[in-house]
Design a protein around this ligand. Structure first.
Ligand SMILES: [Zn+2]
Length: 453
């Protein structure tokens, strides 16, 4: 038989093993054989991985592509998915919120509108969350019918000026979604505490970026995570703590897991690798919600990713223009920055320095996310029958992260100038080679990824 694609000369990495001298055969987008190079079938296209490590394609559970909407000057699916491919990411989970609430994904028609924007432009696969709002509870289960991978709820404002959901509506939504088995990603910050702190610090005349840490303090996250866990326990809903940033958050999730509750958690490279010590050096660009916190928090998060309390590394890819990020006035700076292109390089560098293994990284970067959101083993697995999504990484490639070289429209990152060792050099989505040596080499092939049941 002749297959579509063979990747030979691989060091195949799964969460439990690393296999040298193996290859992967792909036909019609699926892995059809994994075997020693000498026993691989003939293929129309052959890629030599040259002994590089081949991982299940990275699944990022947290991105904001800003498209559709008036925010496409920040990012669109073409540039955002190019960034994903360059970062070794083969599936993105796009968040349903929008800075202009007219573009939220909140019912079937707005879900389909975003699906169309993504399908026409994206070079990587995508899954879409539905937004839980005060007034769309009857639309939630309907979005499951068209393929929502999960839901997102904001305990703090979902957009500037947008009112946070009330606890009563949140509990009602959790109850309805519990019956569908879909997972709810929670932005866990206490809106009322934050609003009060904002007023107080504004009155004091504070305008430096360090005030961000005081306004959105650890208690505001810890309280919201505890509340989400209580709601999950009461309703039976599965929850996923998005962008967890605090040590007390890790403790709360660990306690919930030890009680057998369906609680999972995601953190991001900026919470693992930056701290309050970096605010002065990086300046306004570091502003993100929740904030980069203290060294003690990042140390606790590291323990959490190593002991399994934290399940996923997402990016919270949140592009803004340079003018929106680089300011000398805290109150005028927008929160968030792009992360899709820097996450793998940063984490591979940590692997090279011995802080975690590539096998652990497979769990954190793809396998756990796919399992938690019901798309395993289609995604997150190197196994016969899975989608042929591959991230080939050169662990010896060294360089410096440069903001101006990002594919994203948003040429800002708190990691500008940071040295890395280890980089994705080829990204394959369902057998389509979409990125080679930092170049996008494919037309849009991205498809909506739906959970199996
Ligand atoms: Zn986000």
């Amino acid at each position: 038989m002749t297959v579509d694609l063979v990747v030979r000369g691989c060091r195949i990495v799964t969460s439990t093993a690393t296999l040298e001298g193996f290859g992967i055969a792909c036909d019609e987008g699926k892995i059809v054989q994994i075997s020693t190079d000498s026993t691989l079938p003939a293929a129309d296209e052959v890629i030599d991985a040259k002994g590089n490590f081949v991982l299940p394609g990275i699944v990022d559970t947290h991105v904001h592509m800003r498209d559709p909407g008036d925010t496409v000057y920040k990012e669109d699916w073409t540039t955002g998915s190019a960034g994903a491919a360059c970062g070794g990411v083969t599936t993105v989970f796009d968040m349903p919120s929008a800075l202009d609430t007219a573009y939220e994904v909140r019912d079937i028609s707005t879900f389909r509108r975003k699906e169309e924007a993504a399908r026409s432009q994206s070079v990587v696969d995508f899954a879409l969350y539905g937004l839980i709002k005060e007034d769309n509870l009857d639309d939630l289960v309907k979005m499951v019918g068209v393929g929502a991978v999960g839901f997102k709820v904001f305990f703090s404002a979902s957009a500037p000026g947008a009112p946070p959901i009330t606890d009563g509506a949140a509990v009602d939504a959790f109850s309805r979604i519990a019956k569908t088995g879909r997972r709810i990603a929670v932005h866990a910050e206490n809106a009322r505490m934050i609003e009060r702190n904002e007023r107080a610090f504004k009155t004091m005349g504070r305008g430096d970026v360090m005030v961000h840490l005081e306004i959105r303090n650890n208690l505001s996250e810890a309280e919201a995570i505890q509340r989400a866990i209580l709601f999950a326990e009461a309703t039976g809903a599965k929850i996923h703590i998005a962008h967890m940033s605090s040590g007390s958050g890790v403790d709360a999730v660990a306690a919930a897991k030890s009680r057998g509750l369906p609680v999972s958690a995601e953190t991001c490279p900026h919470y693992l690798l930056l701290s309050s010590d970096d605010y002065k050096r990086i300046g306004s660009v570091i502003r993100v919600n929740p904030p980069v916190r203290h060294k003690t928090d990042s140390e606790r998060l590291w323990l959490g990713i190593l002991d399994g309390t934290v399940d996923c590394i997402g990016t919270d890819h949140a592009p803004h223009s340079r003018e929106e990020k680089v300011t000398d006035d805290y109150w005028k700076t927008l929160s968030g920055f792009p992360g899709l292109e820097t996450s793998a390089r940063l984490m591979l560098t940590q692997i090279n320095s011995g802080r975690l293994s590539l096998n652990q990284y497979v769990k954190l970067s793809s396998e756990n996310a796919a399992r938690l959101f019901g798309i395993y083993p289609q995604k997150g697995a190197l196994t016969v029958g899975a989608d042929c999504d591959l991230t080939i990484v050169d662990m010896k490639h060294e360089g410096v992260i440069k903001a101006e070289e990002l594919q994203s429209k948003s040429k800002v990152t708190p990691f500008d100038g940071v040295r890395y060792r280890g980089k994705p050099v080829c990204t394959i989505v369902r057998g389509n080679v979409v990125m080679e040596d930092g170049e996008i080499v494919s037309k849009p092939v991205g498809q909506l990824v739906k959970p199996a049941s």
